[in-house]
Write a protein that binds this ligand. Structure first.
Ligand code: GUN
Length: 283
């Protein structure tokens, strides 16, 4: 058996065409959806992520405003910039690209973003809303993963979802999102004992740890859905995921590639959240 390879690029394209229509509708009502993107320092990966996010905005008619600051700014300066964006009615969404330089407390920054403009879905209030099943901004990567799996028309309720990785951006929230969909969720991480015994029980295996080729064929149950969130750059310059693609595609029923898997869906959900923010702020 060879897995069906989920084409994240194609799925993102379809969803973005629909979002472009929603932007048109808002514009006809006199609203120009606008995202402020804050980039601190010159981290090359962050620069390329920010560029990709801005390009995606532009393609569907969302205005993006880039604010770049040197890596030695103070925390209080950055907080003031965010407060100014909170107060600016022409800005609907605020995204502060992470990671931030070490002198700046990331949680403090996230907590300063007005919850109604938190299109990343990282604010503790929005995370709490997600966990209690209320309407909110869902974090983009977890939301993109859920969207991908829903597009396969497979039942999620009752399935065993195993999440490997417990970051605040992906691991923790993706488990919560699948719990909301009535899955049975198990979290694994660097201190988990007998990782393979647990991953082999997964109907849906989501891997977000940042270790190239961590998950091999023997770690996966036959017919499982495998979602690879890892983006690792190898010494030869090539990108690879946390899942050994060639091996696992012979065992899984569905598998996401790296690149062109989860990545394009993450950005698409950011666009979705920005439109939602603009719609909710128009009153
Ligand atoms: N750094 C890595 N992923 C993300 C993300 O989804 N949002 C932000 N703001 N920073 C990130």
């Amino acid at each position: 058996m060879s897995a069906y390879i989920i084409n994240g690029l194609e799925l993102a394209k379809e969803k973005r065409a629909q979002l472009a229509k929603e932007v048109e509708q808002l514009k006809s009502e006199g609203i120009q959806p606008t995202l402020a993107v804050v980039l601190v320092g010159d981290h090359p990966a962050s620069q390329s992520y920010v560029k990709a996010k801005q390009k995606a905005c532009e393609e569907i008619g969302i205005r993006s405003k880039l604010l770049t600051f040197p890596s030695d700014i103070t925390e209080s300066f950055l907080l003031e910039q965010i407060q100014a964006l909170n107060a600016d009615d022409s800005i609907h969404g605020i995204l502060v690209q992470l990671p931030l330089p070490k002198q700046i407390d990331e949680l403090k920054v996230i907590e300063t973003i007005a919850p109604q403009k938190d299109v990343d879905g990282f604010h503790p209030l929005n995370i709490g809303r997600m966990m209690t099943g209320q309407k909110t901004f869902l974090p983009c990567t977890p939301y993109g993963i859920l969207f991908m799996i829903q597009s396969l028309n497979v039942e999620i309720a009752g399935k065993h979802v195993v999440v490997v990785g417990r970051s605040n951006i992906v691991g923790k929230p993706v488990g919560q999102l699948f719990l909301r969909e009535h899955a049975t969720v198990t979290y694994c991480h660097s201190r988990t004992k007998n990782l393979r015994e647990i991953t082999r029980q997964a109907d849906i295996l989501i891997v977000a740890v940042g270790k190239p080729n961590l998950i091999r064929a023997e770690d996966v149950k036959k017919g499982a859905i495998v979602i690879d969130v890892g983006v690792n750059r190898l010494e030869n310059g090539k990108l690879c995921g946390d899942v050994h693609f060639e091996e696992v595609k012979e065992v899984a029923s569905y598998l996401t590639p790296v690149p062109k898997g989860v990545g394009p869906m993450t950005i698409t959900m950011l666009l979705h959240n920005t439109i939602q923010a603009a719609r909710e702020q128009k009153g």
